[in-house]
Design a protein around this ligand. Structure first.
Ligand code: 13P
Length: 288
């Protein structure tokens, strides 16, 4: 079965210096597009689900119930992890209970000792169930689920302590932000990334806010230890642009062009292309 945790994926990515793409789901069309992209490029892949998407799509259980049969239906053979993105403690437990194969506990807004303590509890729970666990130190900037934060930079000592408790992936702010990057964005802090990679002893590192980061920066980040890159905004923008073009060309008014499967298919094709381009750039093609 292609449905697996992200543990082995990110270890392999860390060792062979590529990154696994984490693509956020927003509706059913995203599941189809990303599964097809992964299969076509023979890439391992992580499907991310934020708390608000879980609510929108009927809860974590509904999503597991949709993704697993979808994998079989499309005869997907590459490894796919279903990952609860930025969960609080209760959401993470809910996602684990629902059958997610991977979770992210985002305790970055908590006092560090509390973040560490809760992360330690989750390490035990996830290890017993064979689920991969990502934790975060220091908020990643930008806007996600209506929460706006400025681009943070992580404290390496906190990264070291969190990285050594047995988590599978560590997300640490290195100037990256969720959503669109402002024109005057100064870029990623590579010195900090290098230090975090060294001090966390080869824990696979995660780069959030992977949309719109220039290719040369991403390649350098991967070379320095980034093993998973999260992408959402760029896919949503591509989907919206493709559907807008279809409607602006009046195609929904011709014949049965109003049929939602037809109307949304340019969006599906657009995000499949974005995902495949990212997989190429991340170096995950052929690594399944
Ligand atoms: P973007 O929306 O900026 O691509 O970030 C996605 C992300 O980091 C999800 O956790």
């Amino acid at each position: 079965m292609a449905y697996v945790s992200a543990t082995d994926m990110v270890i392999d990515a860390r060792n062979r210096k590529y990154a696994v793409g984490h693509f956020n789901l927003n509706n059913m069309e995203f599941i189809r597009a990303f599964l097809l992209a992964a299969q076509e490029t023979q890439s391992p892949m992580i499907l991310g689900v934020s708390g608000s998407t879980a609510k929108y799509m009927g809860g974590y259980r509904s999503i597991v119930g949709m993704v697993k049969p979808f994998i079989d239906h499309l005869a997907i053979t590459v490894p796919v992890a279903l990952h609860a993105d930025h969960g609080n403690f209760a959401q993470v437990l809910d996602a684990i209970d629902a059958g997610f194969s991977s979770v992210m506990f985002d305790g970055s807004s908590l006092p560090f000792e509390e973040n560490l303590h809760k992360s330690e509890q989750l390490v035990e729970i996830c290890r017993k169930k064979g689920i991969s666990l990502e934790c975060e130190v220091n908020g990643i900037g930008g806007e996600e689920d209506g929460v706006v934060t400025v681009g943070g930079t992580a404290d390496p000592e906190q990264c070291r302590r969190l990285g050594l408790i047995g988590i599978n992936m560590l997300a640490a702010g290195i100037g990256n932000i969720h959503g669109k990057y402002p024109a005057d964005w100064p870029g990623l802090h590579f010195d900090l990334l290098e230090e975090i990679a060294r001090i966390t002893d080869y824990t696979p590192l995660v780069l959030h806010g992977g949309s719109q980061i220039p290719a040369n920066m991403l390649r350098r980040a991967i070379a320095l230890g980034i093993s998973k890159i999260n992408v959402n905004t760029e896919c949503q923008m591509a989907f919206a642009a493709a559907v807008r073009e279809y409607i602006e060309q009046g195609k929904d008014r011709i014949g049965t062009g109003y049929s939602l499967q037809t109307l949304l298919s340019p969006g599906v094709e657009a995000i499949q292309r974005v995902a495949m381009d990212k997989m190429m750039l991340f170096g995950s093609v052929g690594k399944a």
